[in-house]
Design a protein around this ligand. Structure first.
Ligand SMILES: Cc1cc2nc3c(=O)[nH]c(=O)nc-3n(C[C@H](O)[C@H](O)[C@H](O)COP(=O)(O)OP(=O)(O)OC[C@H]3O[C@@H](n4cnc5c(N)ncnc54)[C@H](O)[C@@H]3O)c2cc1C
Length: 543
């Protein structure tokens, strides 16, 4: 990726076939699809790439067992079709970035024989719908086998579990890898650039996007033949900018997740808690050294602050403590995050839990609404099919189905061993790099070859190294401490405390790359530490 200022200059000068607004799962997916079809494409985001819903997911690559349950209970063909599509797209995600996505075994605990039968049949139906896209067959496990696989599972009254397969992934890095791959194919990209208005040509067609640079406060224009609105929860806002007469289409729902010590589960398999009081499922999933627990589902507004609240922590911990042999308290929460689902309104659904997670493409400017991470590629294919019809010229075929993302070429599960050997790294650091950058890791490590001090950890006793921060500033357009510690390296997901420890070092590295003054650096570090403090306080957790 070129630097932000160089990208800005090129983008101002050009006229593009397609302009993609929003750099989450939908936008990065659309941008890569359009560029691969041969359309000159530009993508912009009001904040950092993948900074909203697309980093706040449960990080499952899944059809959705809960949606299948709803499809059967409500005889809802739409839900069924969405599950089937997602199960097929699941395979694509695992194949195109195997360093970021892999299969996962999930266990459904059952406390009656009836439940054991019910979930066994349900999961067989899930396998059957997946067909050739099945990852491994589901099966009924005895109580003893279940406890062998997950020793921390509460055993009182347990009859057995049902084991089934889905995938899990690193959502932030997946989006960044899509963005990076897009630029490698010749696409232009810029973050912290907010769409604020449209201009039309003499025929009344949208021709120009007015954009505010969030750092310099300058206004500039992007010229394109078609605009694709991929702004997730903000999509109604862009639709109304393009045409103030359209009705709003989105309903928003907030979901939170907690990151807890991995020892709470002591298993490589994940737990699906099949039913909460409010009719949800909760997942407890081993994820990059933590136990990821979520999620809630509550109606939300765009203006709501996306922080995790004490009552949401209590709600999730209650279920973890009920199903695992642990007594976790809010003090065990290492980190947490909240996001908002962009759900497309349906006439019948009374609450957000019932809203179908399928997507819709609306043709005006082109708006790609709703959907899930797992179906991002299919949404993009659909969106760009519509967008190219608006262009009315060449109609190119979608090429994303088998297209590997950067970092995937030549990757294998024990690739980290090569890194450890070639660069004399600890197994932990080698594994961390392989999980974040795949076979692009040597690009990070070559920086440390030139400057050996960049091999030092980002914080004392930590696994990530300083070269990663320099690499993502130079190659992934990272601009702030949060861009680096949260989305690009994942330290803030792992632990708020570790992120606060790493902040001064990251501030210094940003200062070095961007020639910041001491005052600017201090301000950036203080602002980041303030944001972590705010997250802790909102969650009711003492520092
Ligand atoms: C709690 C929760 C759990 C989930 N779990 C899963 C899961 O396990 N698996 C799964 O498949 N899916 C899951 N999802 C769904 C999935 O995360 C979303 O469907 C997906 O991330 C939506 O991506 P998006 O690109 O449409 O939106 P976003 O990621 O929100 O991206 C929209 C982007 O548009 C930008 N933007 C907004 N306004 C402007 C503007 N004016 N100018 C320029 N840019 C703008 C924003 O900055 C943002 O980056 C979950 C969602 C939630 C909330």
């Amino acid at each position: 990726m070129r630097s932000r200022s160089s990208a800005g200059q090129t983008i101002r000068k050009g006229t593009f076939d397609m302009c993609i607004i929003g750099g989450g799962a939908t936008g990065t997916g659309c941008a890569l699809d359009a560029q691969l079809r041969g359309f000159s494409t530009v993508l912009l985001d009001a904040g950092d790439f993948v900074s909203h819903t697309s980093t706040a997911s449960t990080k499952l690559v899944h059809g959705g067992v809960r949606y299948l349950q709803q499809a059967v209970a409500d005889l809802d063909y739409g839900q069924y079709a969405m599950v089937r599509k997602a199960l097929h797209e699941r395979v694509h995600m695992l194949r195109c970035a195997p360093f970021l996505a892999h299969p996962l075994e999930l266990l459904v605990p059952c406390f009656t024989t009836w439940d054991l039968l019910y979930y066994t049949i349900g999961m067989k139906a899930y396998d059957w719908i997946a067909g050739s896209a099945s990852l491994f067959p589901s099966r009924m496990l005895s109580k003893a086998e279940s406890l062998r696989r997950m020793p921390q599972l509460r055993s009182e009254g347990l009859v057995g579990t049902v084991s089934y397969a889905d995938g899990q992934f690193d959502d932030a890095r997946f989006g960044l890898s899509l963005a990076q791959t897009f630029t490698q194919q010749g696409g232009e990209i810029i973050n912290y650039a907010k769409a604020v208005g449209f201009g039309k040509d003499s025929t009344g067609k949208l021709a120009v996007l007015e954009v505010d640079d969030q750092f310099t406060q300058e206004r500039f224009q992007i010229r394109a033949k078609v605009f694709v609105n991929c702004t997730g929860p903000f999509a109604d806002h862009i639709r109304l900018l393009a045409n103030p007469a359209v009705p709003e289409r989105l309903r928003l729902s907030k979901g939170v997740h907690l990151l807890l010590p991995l020892e709470a589960i002591q298993s490589e398999s994940a737990l699906l808690i099949p039913k909460t009081e409010d009719g949800r499922v909760i997942f407890a999933i081993p994820w990059l050294g933590r136990l990821l627990v979520g999620t809630t589902d509550d109606e939300a507004k765009l203006t709501d602050e996306m922080v995790v609240k004490p009552e949401e922590i209590r709600f999730l911990l209650k279920y973890v403590n009920q199903y695992l042999k642990v007594n976790l308290t809010p003090r065990d929460v290492q980190s947490a995050y909240a996001g908002v689902r962009p759900l497309v309104k349906s006439k019948d659904a009374v609450n957000t839990k019932k809203l179908i997670r399928d997507h819709e493409v609306e043709v005006d400017e082109v708006s790609v609404l709703g959907g899930k991470w797992t179906t991002y590629r299919a949404m993009a294919e659909d969106g760009i099919n519509h967008a190219q019809r608006v262009l009315a010229g060449k109609q190119a075929a979608c090429r994303t189905l088998d297209f590997l993302l950067t970092g995937a070429q030549g990757f294998s599960p024990d690739y980290w061993k090569q890194l450890a050997e070639n660069y004399r790294l600890s197994p932990e650091t080698a594994q961390h790099l392989a999980q974040k950058f795949g076979t692009d890791s040597p690009k990070v490590l070559e920086l440390a070859r030139q400057e050996p001090q960049l091999l030092q950890p980002l914080f004392e006793g930590g696994t990530p190294i300083r070269a990663e921060a320099v690499y993502v500033i130079r190659e992934e357009m990272a601009q702030t401490i949060e861009d680096i510690l949260l989305r690009r390296i994942g330290v803030q997901f792992h632990s708020w405390k570790e992120a606060a420890q790493a902040a001064p070092v990251v501030g210094q590295l940003l200062a070095r790359e961007f020639a910041w003054s001491d005052a600017q650096t201090k301000e950036a570090v203080a602002a980041y530490l303030g944001s972590i403090q705010h997250l802790l306080q909102s969650a009711g957790i003492e520092n």
